[in-house]
Design a protein around this ligand. Structure first.
Ligand code: GRF
Length: 209
């Protein structure tokens, strides 16, 4: 699920193609906005696209139902929200509990939750005088925003010369793209084992780096 440039989507497409996300393929790019480059990336890779946002469905519940229908139609096993700039309805969170992950460009639980998106996250990190930041991949739950169990985190040093823009770019390029692929692979492996009835108790939760 995307809303913008889709560099994380590209990382997932590449990771599925070269086997870093074992046995996976990207079946759908679902955007909350039309005209974004993420959709173009999907088209170039021959991936089905859908646009379901507030423009198409102003009612939250109807939008959630349309999202669920699109995910089911594409037979989605694992949902990755990658640069998705819209709050996900509880209905969708519940339907994909344990099968929906999000990447956030900070070291959660710091600098997460409502209002912490895009450059605002990096601005807040700099204003707080943090010496390091990074990215977090976590499960999406229905309790809050950026609140679910952490799967993987990776750190990036903040430099004195950083602006929100330079910091955001470094977090994205040095950390997010590899982290999202690793996390998607971990969760995909876990789901696959669950499907085969093996190792049901294996958990990937709280693997911190
Ligand atoms: C990333 O920092 C992601 O974590 C965020 O939006 C940014 C851009 O993502 N929430 P992308 O290039 O659209 O994948």
């Amino acid at each position: 699920m995307v809303s913008g440039g889709g560099t994380n989507l590209q990382a997932l497409i590449d990771g599925a193609a070269d086997g870093r996300i074992e046995g996976a393929r990207v079946v759908l790019a679902l955007s909350s906005r039309d005209g974004v480059f993420a959709l173009e990336r999907a088209r170039r890779a021959g991936i089905r696209t859908a646009v379901i946002g507030k423009e198409e469905y102003s009612d939250d519940e109807q939008r959630a139902d349309a999202i669920l229908a699109a995910l089911r139609e594409a037979e989605t096993d694992l949902v990755v929200t990658a640069g998705y700039m819209s709050i996900i309805h509880k209905k969708v969170c519940r339907a994909y509990a344990g099968r929906m992950i999000n990447i956030h460009p900070a070291l959660l639980p710091k600098f997460g939750g409502i209002g912490y998106y895009g450059l605002r996250v990096h601005k807040a990190v700099l204003e707080a005088g943090e010496s390091e930041t990074g990215a977090t991949v976590h499960y999406v739950d229905d309790e809050g925003v950026d609140s679910g169990e952490i799967i993987l985190q990776r750190r990036v040093a903040v430099s004195e010369a950083d602006t929100p823009e330079t910091l955001g770019k470094r977090v994205l390029e040095e950390v997010e793209h590899s982290l999202i692929v690793e996390a998607a692979n971990l969760v995909a492996r876990k789901l696959e084992k669950g499907k085969n009835g093996k190792n049901q108790r294996t958990t990937v939760g709280n693997i911190m780096e």
